[in-house]
Design a protein around this ligand. Structure first.
Ligand code: SIN
Length: 283
């Protein structure tokens, strides 16, 4: 297959055409796509109106499908595929409470967080509802040396919902809550393929910094988050029905937007891929 590659924002994001993801992908193309995934962190494929089983196969080009933590939003016939639908969202003062607002990286409270998350757009509102990504590799690289030194070996406890979380998470059943992990994660991680260091942040789940007072720890998290979410590090994906986007949770944070007409329908399929325990960039 001859892929056409159009990088989006330097090393963040690439639009790939010349491939039909509803068909089997040969070994050479798989290798090429995986190399692009590690390098560009967000892959965008337009015009791929995949059915759930086709989407599962397409995502498996990049790894192994991960179990969905929140069972209430999965497709009954395909429990590894989540349904991201406006019809499931509560409203507050007329505004949809969308899942995934505020920049984050998925399930960071797991010992082995998902290496990737992917969405296929089935139906998209006439305006708004973009997904934003920020490159936490570049954000790390741009930090002053003194800050790099200070944070090199720091760790943060990631829990289900931080006491300082800017958002509320979906309500879980007592059985689901009983299985929710919490884990100490490095503040600076190393990518297992590229070896690149990156900030590892999730304000919704980080419960301070190990060895620091709560005030000092949360202040440092807020400072790093403000730095990493600057628009210079951003790619903002404007969805079209039939887009498949897959991103590397170790290289980017992402966020959803509730800026569309709540009466319009937004519906995407969502899968995650199993990851490994995170590698600290420095010991
Ligand atoms: C997510 O965080 O996976 C959802 C992104 C979106 O709906 O835009």
């Amino acid at each position: 297959m001859a892929l056409t590659i159009n990088p989006i924002n330097g090393m963040l994001g690439v639009e790939i055409s010349g491939i039909d993801l509803s068909r089997p992908v040969d070994t050479e193309t798989k290798q090429e796509l995986n190399a692009l995934f590690s390098r560009y962190a967000v892959l965008v494929f337009r015009d791929q109106p995949l059915s759930p089983p086709q989407f599962m196969k397409a995502a498996e080009v990049f790894g192994e499908l991960m179990d969905q933590q929140i069972k209430q939003f999965v497709l009954p016939d395909y429990p590894l595929v989540g349904a991201n639908s406006t019809k499931d969202l509560p409203r507050k003062n007329g505004k949809l409470q969308v899942r995934g607002e505020n920049y984050h990286t998925d399930h960071s409270n797991h010992l082995k967080p998902p290496k990737a998350t992917s969405l296929v757009a089935v139906e998209i509102p006439s305006y708004g509802g973009d997904t934003q990504f920020v490159d936490v590799r570049r954000a790390y690289a741009d930090l002053p040396e003194a800050v790099k030194q200070k944070i090199a070996t720091l760790r943060s406890m990631h829990v289900h919902q931080s006491s300082h979380s800017p958002r509320s998470f979906a309500k879980l059943s007592p059985e689901e809550m009983a299985n929710i992990p919490h884990v100490l994660q490095p503040l600076v991680i190393r990518h297992p393929v590229s070896g690149e260091p990156a900030l590892y942040l999730n304000t919704g789940r980080m419960e301070g910094i190990q060895g620091m007072s709560p005030e000092e720890g949360f202040a440092l998290i807020a400072e790093l988050y403000a730095h990493a979410t600057q628009s210079i590090y951003e790619y903002r994906h404007k969805w079209r029905a039939g887009d498949m986007v897959i991103w590397d949770n170790r290289s980017v944070m992402h966020q959803a937007n509730a800026d569309y007409d709540p009466e319009e329908y937004r519906y995407l399929y969502r899968v995650m891929l199993n990851g490994e325990a995170l590698i600290p960039a420095f010991e």
